[in-house]
Design a binder for this molecule. Structure first.
Ligand SMILES: CC(C)(COP(=O)(O)OP(=O)(O)OC[C@H]1O[C@@H](n2cnc3c(N)ncnc32)[C@H](O)[C@@H]1OP(=O)(O)O)[C@@H](O)C(=O)NCCC(=O)NCCS
Length: 413
């Protein structure tokens, strides 16, 4: 039986929608709703639908969005993989694996340097070269644990989407210094409030300029969970803005018993909390230890074009280093083999193999992808046997040159 991988076209819509009805069942998930989602989605329309056809049947589909991700202060063109769906009568034939492999090759051809996704099962995508690339600490705590601050008087709530023009410049100023956040188009913002009931609390400085915001929604009580103020994303351009937003959250303590807050692992959130012990959090006991937060993982990241991606990557200033990098990549033959990276003056030059190198490293595409995005250091890769190097003592030098803030991504697709 012949399997053909190709972009979807408008006449395919009913057959794709049928596939999705059985793959993502839900209230209101009718074929006409799926046709609408395929043609008109914040991250792209039918031109992003990639399908597998077998004997005139569409047996598999996924979406390969064109997105831009901030890594090391530069925008990297990436493919966002989503909506992977296999015909409900064609599972466990290896179709998902083959579909994703063909999507990786196609996206590399069209110029995407890397790819990002949210896995249904991380082990499935690890075999396809993706590595975990993002962690947050999720706190569930009373508003009164946040410090009060007079800046709360300059916080105003705006409904979304109306408030987008107020908050998007703050995001645009903030995101380039992060690792893994997307450059958001006007359309991409729609995903932020798509679920409905979203608001933004916006902090203004004394001159009235907006300098921070929190996107939130009100979570109603369910039989298993209490009501909570759910902070979905919180961004500040300076310390005053951060404290002003915290002061606003703190002031809600007579209305809300719980706030859900997700912190970047390096933002030192616990320095701002009065009582770390959180009785609402359930966790197995371990002697006198107590739970403070839950670690959440989400995005996975994979390099598609090793040479192109490293040529785009910025590095820290420091003594230059040349690295001969030998890569194994079972899915993308063009990434296999050796090249020499010269890390100097904040940039990376990529040259074919040959010549002298300070360090020689052999590594698979999955840990290399995590090193690229700052989810793994080269020395940790060596320590855990994920990479081999000829001079282990030089790996910390490479750590220092490649250092970026740890990755996280708010957007979903
Ligand atoms: C999740 C989903 C995409 C998997 O599709 P699939 O075509 O069954 O997946 P594959 O056959 O490629 O691989 C699934 C597993 O079956 C194994 N497998 C493949 N062929 C097999 C066979 N003949 N016998 C036994 N196992 C087999 C694969 O090795 C893989 O296991 P692994 O991860 O341990 O390697 C599919 O179940 C689906 O569409 N689900 C509903 C929608 C969904 O949840 N999508 C993902 C979220 S975006």
């Amino acid at each position: 039986m012949s399997l053909v991988f190709r972009y979807a076209e408008t006449p395919d819509l009913p057959r794709i929608a049928e596939l999705l009805v059985h793959s993502f069942p839900g209230v209101g998930h009718t074929t006409s709703r799926w046709e609408q989602i395929i043609t008109d989605f914040p991250h792209g329309g039918i031109e992003t639908a990639w399908v597998a056809e077998e004997n005139s049947r569409i047996v598999a589909m996924c979406r390969i969005y064109r997105l831009d991700q901030w890594i090391s202060g530069v925008v990297i063109p990436i493919m966002g993989l989503g909506m992977v769906a296999i015909s409900a009568t064609d599972r466990r034939r290896g179709l998902a694996g083959r579909l994703v492999e063909s999507a990786l090759i196609k996206s590399r051809q069209r110029g995407d340097l890397a790819s990002v996704l949210y896995p249904f099962r991380d082990s499935f995508y690890r075999k396809l070269g993706y590595g975990m690339a993002g962690e947050v600490q999720q706190f569930l705590l009373p508003p009164g644990e946040f410090p009060d601050h007079p800046g709360r008087k300059r916080v105003r709530i705006v409904p979304l989407p109306e408030g987008r023009e107020l908050i998007s410049p703050i995001y645009d100023q903030w995101a380039p210094a992060q690792t893994g956040q997307l450059r958001r188009s006007v359309r991409a913002w729609e995903r932020v409030w798509e679920d409905g009931g979203r608001y933004a609390a916006v902090y203004h400085n004394e001159s009235g300029d907006p300098e921070g915001y929190a996107v939130f929604h009100y979570r109603m009580a369910t039989p298993t969970e209490g009501a909570a103020l759910d902070i979905e994303e919180i961004i500040w351009l300076n310390r005053e803005a951060r404290l002003g937003l915290y002061g606003w959250i703190s002031s809600l303590s007579d209305q809300w018993r719980q706030v859900i807050y997700r912190a970047h692992p390096d933002e030192a959130f616990t320095e701002h909390v009065n009582t770390l012990r959180q009785p609402e959090l359930k966790a197995a006991r371990w002697h006198h230890w107590f739970p403070t937060s839950v670690t959440l993982s989400g995005p996975m990241f994979r390099l598609l074009d090793v040479d192109g991606a490293w040529a785009a990557r910025r590095v820290r200033p420091g003594p230059p280093l040349t690295v001969e990098l030998e890569v194994t990549d079972p899915q993308i033959p063009g990434n296999e083999g050796r090249r020499v990276l010269t890390l100097a003056d904040g940039e990376v030059r990529v040259a074919p193999e040959g010549g002298a190198a300070d360090l020689r490293m052999s590594i698979g595409i999955e840990p290399l992808s995590r090193i690229y995005i700052g989810a793994l250091t080269p020395s940790a890769a060596v320590l855990s046997g994920l990479a081999t190097v000829d001079q282990p003592e030089l790996s910390t030098w490479l750590d220092a040159l490649l250092a970026v803030p740890r990755p996280w991504t708010f957007d979903r697709f």
